[in-house]
Design a protein around this ligand. Structure first.
Ligand SMILES: [Zn+2]
Length: 175
């Protein structure tokens, strides 16, 4: 079980600290409605879970930064057949730490996102946010791979999805 960790983000960057480990998808509550029931299990011996690396540093301009690297597998729901779809998560993002949002506009041309300095940053929530931002809105198996499901079931599920398309993207960040 992942032990919920908090860091002082500015201190973390200033001292080039690093955290590594592994988390289960089931430990990220905001992702659960995107995922197929976790105990469905994986075929072909895949293991669900995410390896993470969180590194703090200062960039060339002396700006405090966090680098998040996440690598693993999850099981999303195919929006065509509603069955499980193994989806690799591989993402690296760099986040500039700013004291307030005015600072974040200093350097618009690069593609670095900003987050506010947080002396009690919830590491798991940060990873969860990064994953949410990078999941496809409507994941689908490649054409021809979907397994058939009874039509009534599909219709009902699609209605639900349309009623509540994107309730989760809010929170922490970002500009
Ligand atoms: Zn499918």
């Amino acid at each position: 079980m992942f032990e919920r960790q908090f860091i002082d983000s500015l201190d973390f960057a200033n001292n080039n600290r690093e955290l590594r480990g592994e988390i289960a998808m089931t430990e990220m509550p905001r992702l659960q409605d995107k995922l197929v029931v976790p105990d469905v299990g994986f075929e072909h011996g895949h293991k669900e879970g995410i390896n993470y690396t969180l590194r703090g540093f200062r960039d060339r301009n002396g700006q405090p930064m966090l680098k998040v690297a996440l690598d693993g597998l999850c099981q999303l729901r195919c929006q065509r057949c509603l069955q499980g779809l193994i989806y690799p998560i591989k993402l690296v993002s760099q986040l500039r730490l700013v004291e307030n949002w005015d600072e974040s506009s200093i350097d618009e041309e690069d593609e670095v996102d900003s987050i506010l300095v947080d002396h009690h940053l919830d590491v798991l929530a940060l990873f969860e946010e990064e994953i949410l931002l990078n999941l496809p809105f409507a994941p689908r198996h490649p054409v021809g791979v979907c397994r058939p499901v009874k039509e009534g079931y599909i219709t009902e599920e699609i209605d639900q999805i349309e009623k509540n398309p994107f309730s989760v993207l809010s929170g922490l960040r970002y500009k």
